[in-house]
Design a protein around this ligand. Structure first.
Ligand code: ATP
Ligand code: MG
Length: 388
């Protein structure tokens, strides 16, 4: 008896001791949720997860979904059958060699009870294939077709010639939760993707300056949140009005420090939301030197108002590199739609490039920050987004 299965590979390096159990359980939970619209069975054999009992018509849709699950390295579309030399020989010969001239067999023998070693099997199966298909030759270095034969400890063998790349990383939830500052730009959705890939779940905050910024600007951010949610899981998005705060800053502070002080207040609000919602870090899409507010000195001045660690996954990325990730994950087209960010309202001509904490603190004395922050948070709107 043989059947079609998806053999899922995950990163084994991280799997030490108790971690291993947690990692695999999270991965299974995330896979089950991702594939909830399909009928299937998920099982585990040492070192692999196996998706079986699904309708083959859904295979490619299921693979596309699984490519959005962090923690998976690759998927093999494989045939599963009971381990025996006779079965293995038969199944190897059922593969399609029509369009290739060279091949290589690679055996992975996790089942050490099998009487032949991996090397012996490689050679033997190579010879079996050559005998039947006279147009082929073995190429150990650049084979046109790589045939993989995995003998697992569950008594089954898996054979495949197609391996599909997945996102890699660590399972969502394995690193806790972070609070993302999500704008309508290109960078912050990419930051979310990259940090979630290391296992961090995402809660998010977006600041708008309605009516200076449009309702479409807000819609755009909701759309971006949906798009990243396919990778980063459920997102609770806090939508906070920044209008009054901006007006107050505009009225009271030097123009060149406006953005610095805005960003310090955004960070204070982010810190409050993070603490209240069980987030252990703040995440932004800042990139060193990209604009005046992202110089080392500016980052230091905004950072100094929070105590949580601030993760900046794209800090060292060029814009081109950030855009490449945005295209890969599908947020780019949404991000480049025209919109006004609240940072672009009342934009000063010459924002300070090397602000100091002392000067920022001096200018902030004219603001009742506690009151402003409290009022903004009291009027927040919360939207739950789940496209995972
Ligand atoms: P992005 O492309 O993500 O908008 P950017 O290059 O426009 O980034 P800034 O506008 O200076 O850079 O913003 C830097 C970071 O600050 C953003 O990546 C985001 O994390 C945060 N941020 C900016 N504006 C907002 C906003 N309106 N709401 C929430 N976070 C914001
Ligand atoms: Mg922006």
């Amino acid at each position: 008896m043989k059947r079609k299965v998806l053999l899922l590979k995950f990163g084994e390096l991280f799997l030490k001791g108790r971690n291993r159990h947690e990692f695999i359980n999270l991965l299974k939970k995330n896979i089950s949720k991702k594939l909830q619209e399909f009928d299937f069975r998920l099982s585990e054999t040492q070192g692999r997860l196996i998706v079986s009992d699904f309708d083959e018509a859904n295979e490619s849709a299921m693979i596309s979904k699984l490519q959005q699950v962090f923690g998976l390295i690759a998927i093999a579309s494989a045939t599963e059958f009971e381990t025996s030399l006779e079965n293995i020989e038969k199944m190897v010969l059922e593969l399609d060699f029509d369009d290739v001239k060279s091949f290589k067999v690679e055996t992975k023998r996790a089942d050490k009870n099998f009487p032949m070693t991996s090397m012996e099997l490689d050679k033997h199966l190579g010879a079996v294939v050559l005998e039947k298909f006279s147009h082929l030759r073995v190429d150990l270095y650049h084979p046109e077709k790589l045939v993989v034969v995995e003998l697992r400890t569950n008594g089954n063998t898996y054979i495949y010639d197609r391996l599909i790349d997945c996102a890699g990383g660590l399972p969502l939830g394995s690193a806790g939760k972070g609070l993302l500052l999500l704008s309508g730009g290109i960078d912050s959705p990419v930051a979310a993707y990259l940090i979630a890939k290391r296992g961090l779940e995402i809660e998010a905050v977006h600041f708008h300056s309605y009516p200076y910024t449009s309702l479409q600007a807000k819609e755009k951010v909701l759309q971006l949140a949906k798009e990243i949610s396919a990778y980063v899981g459920k997102i609770r998005l806090h939508i906070v009005s920044f209008t009054e705060i901006q007006e107050e800053i505009h009225r009271n502070c030097d123009a060149e420090y406006m953005i610095t002080i805005m960003r310090r207040i955004m960070m204070r609000i982010a810190q409050r939301l993070a603490v209240a919602n069980d987030c252990g870090a703040i995440v932004t899409g800042e990139s060193l030197g990209q604009v005046a507010s992202q110089t080392m000195q500016s980052l230091n001045v905004t950072n100094s108002v929070v105590s949580l660690p601030v993760f900046r996954p794209v800090l060292a990325f060029d814009k081109e590199e950030i855009m490449a990730v945005a295209r890969k994950i599908g947020t780019y087209e949404t991000s480049i739609l025209p919109y006004e960010d609240c940072c672009t309202v009342f934009l000063p001509k010459n924002p300070v490039i090397k602000p100091t904490i002392k000067r920022a603190e001096f200018l902030e004395e004219k603001l009742d920050i506690e009151l402003l922050v409290g009022r903004a948070l009291n009027n927040e709107e919360i939207v739950e987004i789940d496209e995972f």
